[in-house]
Write a protein of this length. Structure first.
Length: 288
C-alpha cells in the first residue's frame, strides 16, 4: 500500500474517531459503564469485603465478560454508540471523492477497530476504578471466587457468588480467561460494526441494526436454553465459560472453533463490503 493510500486511510479513520470520541454519545458509554460496574463489579467487591480476601486483578473484568446479560447489553451499547456508522453527513461525498472509495472504506474499517478497542479499554479501566483497593495481582483465582459459596453457604445462590462459575476457575487461569474474553468480545464488536457497514452500503442501516439486535437476543435465548444451535450465534462464541463443562477438564466446544467462526464472518463481511462498494451511490447516500 502506497504512502498516499496509508495517509488517506489513516486520515479518514482519525477524522471519524475524533468526531465520535467528542460526541455527546459518550454520555451513553458512561451510563453503560456505571450500569455494568453496578451489576457485576460492586457485588464482587461486597463479597470480597465479607471474605477479607482481595480479588484478582482481572476477576471483575472476567465476571463482566462472562455474564449472559452483559454480553447482550455491551454490544447493544456499542451499536448505540456507533449508531450512525458510517456517518452520512454533508462532508461524506467530499471525503469519498478526495480519498477514493476503497481508501474511504478501509478508513471506516480502521475507525471501527479503533472504536472497538476504545470500548474494550473503557470497560477494563472502569473495572479497575470500581474495584480500586480490593484488587491484587495473582496468577491464581482468589479465595473470594473459589471459596465464597463454601464459606457462606446461605449465599451460595446469590448473583455475586455465581458471577464467575466453576466453568472458568476449574478450567482456566485468570490471565488466560481474561485474554480470551477480551479478544472474543472485541471480535464480536467488529462483527456488529461490519454488519452495520454492509447494510449502510445497501442503504438499509436500520435493517442492519435490527439484525444485530436479533442475533444478540436470539443468541442469548439459545444460551439460556442450552440448545446446540447456540453456537451459530456470535454472542455464545464470545463467552468463554460456555465452552466448558462445570467440573471436568473437557471443552464442550473448542475455543479455537470460535476464533475460526469470528474470523470467517469478519473476512466474509469485509469482502462483501468491498464488492458492494462498487454499487454504492454516494450521491444519494446522504438522503437516508
Amino acid at each position: 500500500m502506497s504512502k498516499t493510500r496509508i495517509r488517506a486511510v489513516w486520515g479518514t479513520a482519525q477524522s471519524e474517531y475524533i468526531k465520535w470520541i467528542c460526541s455527546s454519545r459518550m454520555l451513553i458509554f458512561l451510563c453503560a459503564l456505571i450500569f455494568i460496574d453496578q451489576f457485576a463489579v460492586k457485588p464482587l467487591v461486597e463479597i470480597s469485603k465479607q471474605t477479607g480476601v482481595k480479588l484478582g486483578l482481572f476477576e471483575p473484568f472476567i465476571a463482566i465478560t462472562n455474564s449472559d446479560v452483559l454480553l447482550m447489553i455491551m454490544p447493544i451499547a456499542f451499536i448505540t454508540l456507533i449508531g450512525d456508522f458510517p456517518k452520512n453527513d454533508g462532508n461524506m461525498l467530499f471525503c469519498v471523492q478526495r480519498t477514493w472509495r476503497v481508501n474511504w472504506l478501509l478508513g471506516q474499517m480502521l475507525f471501527l477497530v479503533m472504536s472497538s478497542l476504545t470500548f474494550m479499554l473503557g470497560v477494563i479501566l472502569s473495572t479497575f476504578l470500581a474495584a480500586a483497593g480490593y484488587l491484587q495481582w495473582s496468577e491464581q483465582w482468589s479465595a473470594t471466587v473459589t471459596d465464597y459459596s463454601r464459606l457462606f453457604p446461605e449465599n451460595a445462590d446469590s448473583v455475586a457468588a455465581n458471577l464467575i462459575p466453576e466453568n472458568l476457575y476449574y478450567q482456566y487461569v485468570p490471565l488466560r480467561s481474561a485474554g480470551n474474553s477480551a479478544v472474543l468480545i472485541f471480535l464480536l464488536l467488529l462483527v456488529c460494526g461490519l454488519i452495520m457497514l454492509v447494510f449502510a452500503e445497501l442503504r438499509q442501516k436500520l435493517l442492519g441494526v435490527g439484525i444485530n439486535v436479533f442475533l444478540l437476543l436470539a443468541g442469548g435465548a439459545a444460551i439460556y436454553l442450552e440448545t446446540p444451535i447456540r453456537w451459530a450465534f456470535p454472542c455464545c462464541n464470545a463467552i468463554v465459560k460456555t465452552h466448558f463443562t462445570k467440573f471436568f477438564r473437557q471443552q464442550i466446544y473448542e475455543i479455537s472453533y470460535s476464533y475460526i467462526y469470528f474470523f470467517s464472518i469478519i473476512v466474509s463481511l469485509i469482502l462483501l463490503s468491498l464488492v458492494l462498494l462498487r454499487k454504492t451511490n454516494f450521491l444519494t447516500a446522504g438522503e437516508e
